[in-house]
Design a protein around this ligand. Sequence first.
Ligand code: ZN
Ligand code: ZN
Length: 146
Amino acid sequence: MSDPIAIQTLKAHDIKATLPRILILKYVVGNETHPTAEDVFNKIHEEESSISLATIYNTLETFVKKGILQKINSFCDKVHYDSNMDLHFHLICQKCKKVYDIKRYDSIKFQIKKELFKKYDIDKMQVCFQGCCTDCKKLNSKKDQS
Ligand SMILES: [Zn+2]
Ligand SMILES: [Zn+2]
């Protein structure tokens, strides 16, 4: 994302374009690693050391409120941020704590009663799986062999 597009995006969401906001937006949009506030802080700090962790938190929360980001409340205590607003599920690896997208959600069968959809207007859904990712599984099997 270029600076002009970042500024445009902020304006379109009624957010005043400031340097921290532009930098944070550029880092989080399209970022598939689902960064935490600390991850964003560490990255942004390389470019602009005057930006505090508090600013990062506040900005991320503003982006969530404005619908630019969604929060993933994982099983661990850390909150992850995701700019992919499409319906998709997550897997959180309990070993490396990485968050993976599960895009083929249609292959997962959920039994949600029809009455639920009749009673409520559901516009958001969060499903989070916990497990061990393929990278960590590989590491584990290597350890077993040695
Ligand atoms: Zn892992
Ligand atoms: Zn995601």
